[in-house]
Design a protein around this ligand. Sequence first.
Ligand SMILES: NC(=O)c1ccc[n+]([C@@H]2O[C@H](COP(=O)([O-])OP(=O)(O)OC[C@H]3O[C@@H](n4cnc5c(N)ncnc54)[C@H](OP(=O)(O)O)[C@@H]3O)[C@@H](O)[C@H]2O)c1
Length: 255
Amino acid sequence: MKVVILGSGNVGTHLGRAFIAGGNDVLQVYSRRMESATKLAGELGCAFTTRTDSLNTAADVYVIAVTDDAIADLAARFPLKEKLLVHTSGTTPMDVLQTGSSRIGVFYPLQTFSKEVPVSFRNIPVCLEAAAGSDMQQLEILARSLTGKVYRIDSTDRQKLHVAAVFACNFVNHMYAVAADILEEQGLPFDLLRPLIEETARKVMKGEPDDMQTGPARRKNQKVLDKHSELLAENPEYRSLYVTISKSILKKYHA
Ligand SMILES: NC(=O)c1ccc[n+]([C@@H]2O[C@H](COP(=O)([O-])OP(=O)(O)OC[C@H]3O[C@@H](n4cnc5c(N)ncnc54)[C@H](OP(=O)(O)O)[C@@H]3O)[C@@H](O)[C@H]2O)c1
């Protein structure tokens, strides 16, 4: 399929690479800044523009991959009213694209993307939504060129899915950052935790998270919980996180 990508950030970059690897043609990259537009277009070997009125008109799908707050504004400036226009956001409803085109949809890849970290799309779920059945079919063809995991998920379910993803990925990563800070204060390396992190993730790939929970709150070991809280006395923010999450675990297993 022929694709134009609007946005040259983490998702625009990874999707661009994956579209090409899947045998599609990326005709053009649009980005608001010349520097980022030329950089991604250079990598993908395609044309670029910083103006929505210079968008290539020959694509089958136009993929908006810009920061969530800018999607509605960019859609309002999208000039090709009969072309299939999608965004890649978990939480933004499909309807915000209505001002851009009569043919709208969502192409949401459920993965954490950073430009500089390579990913394989083969196992990444792509969650699709489209206002029209024929457009859904187009999006399915495009998504299947990237991955075997293609799902139809509407805006309401996708928003909840995104909330779950924030817990499973973004919050977990923040916990790694908190752990790294605590170790750094003691002059200990984060490497000490890497085997534990790996094993925790490995276990949950095979079983249910509820069955895999361990730790002092799971064991309702109040002495240890109190001691940890005391050890965090100098950092009220981390202490509050510790207490809140411990309470949630206690409630789940010991209420
Ligand atoms: N990152 C992820 O893990 C992930 C995963 C799934 C879905 N998503 C979704 O994918 C979308 C893009 O995320 P991202 O991580 O790729 O974002 P990002 O790396 O922060 O990229 C942002 C892009 O948006 C452009 N932009 C920022 N503000 C803008 C504005 N006011 N007007 C026009 N363009 C603007 C930036 O342009 P410049 O380069 O010119 O500044 C850049 O091209 C979001 O909807 C996000 O929720 C992200």
